[in-house]
Design a protein around this ligand. Structure first.
Ligand SMILES: [Zn+2]
Ligand SMILES: [Zn+2]
Length: 258
């Protein structure tokens, strides 16, 4: 139930005394995960403001009891009962209605989670940059500017992610080195780091000794889209100034992918 320190700490949802409408609560949950558990428990990832859906079930997370609208406070239970019962009214959270999140928003959410995860392995400086950009996404999405992501309810953050998914990625790569911006963009374009690696692996496997004429049309189309978007990133206002010194190395990297 606890997450201390670490690169993701700024994204932890704050503990509040009350669950005002449109404000964040301390804990989220997936009813289907709880229903599938032999002994229902709350996942650490559900404490993060950057998470709005369940990667396993594809449904939206919930941050309130649907019966009494209270926030989830498993630490405040007055009786010795399993955690999936609401501490205030006793509602079985496994029976909460399924929430929906657009596929485009779920795809962006996974990419954001992977970018934060990948960059936290490299070093704290890169991690804080990605996390701070994620915290400012409400402003980037023109939703309740002035509030950071951790202050928004799950429903409001779903709206934020769905709006962001329809926008250019400027908010994520502005003022960055060209190579670093390109890496982030590639993860988003693939729908996550794992999907990106899988795509590269499939590409390399498919072309190991194969003649160029056997390339699949789908891969060619994807690469065209990837590099087209890369050029747009490189020519954006923010990237142009800082990308001069590294443009060459990024281009070489692109050629090596081809
Ligand atoms: Zn789930
Ligand atoms: Zn309740």
């Amino acid at each position: 139930m606890t997450m201390s320190g670490g690169a993701m700490a700024p994204l932890l949802l704050p503990l509040r005394d009350s669950a005002h409408r449109n404000r964040s609560t301390w804990m989220q949950y997936c009813p289907l995960c709880l229903a599938a558990d032999e002994a229902p428990y709350f996942r650490r990832q559900w404490r993060l403001a950057s998470r709005v859906s369940c990667f396993a079930h594809g449904c939206g997370l919930r941050d309130r009891c649907p019966a009494c609208r209270a926030g989830i406070a498993t630490f405040d239970q007055g009786e010795f009962v399993p955690q999936h019962f609401c501490a205030r009214c006793g509602f079985d959270l496994r029976a909460a209605p399924k929430a929906s999140v657009k596929a485009t928003a779920r795809r962006l959410e996974r990419a954001i989670a992977d970018i934060c995860m990948v960059e936290s392995v490299k070093g704290s400086a890169k991690t804080s940059d990605a996390v701070s950009r994620v915290l400012r996404t409400p402003a980037a999405a023109n939703i309740r500017s002035g509030r950071t992501l951790t202050n928004l309810s799950t429903a409001a953050r779903v709206g934020c992610f769905e709006a962001l998914a329809a926008k250019p990625l400027d908010w994520l790569v502005n003022d960055m080195d060209g190579a670093d911006a390109y890496r982030r963009w590639m993860i988003v374009a693939a729908g996550g780091h794992e999907a990106l690696i899988a795509r590269f692996a499939d590409f390399l496997e498919g072309h190991k000794g194969a003649p160029r004429s056997k390339r699949t049309p789908g891969m060619c189309a994807d690469r065209s889209e990837l590099f087209g978007a890369y050029l747009r990133v490189m020519h954006s206002d923010g990237a142009r100034a800082s990308a001069k010194g590294s443009c060459g190395s990024s281009t070489r990297h692109s050629k090596s992918v081809i």
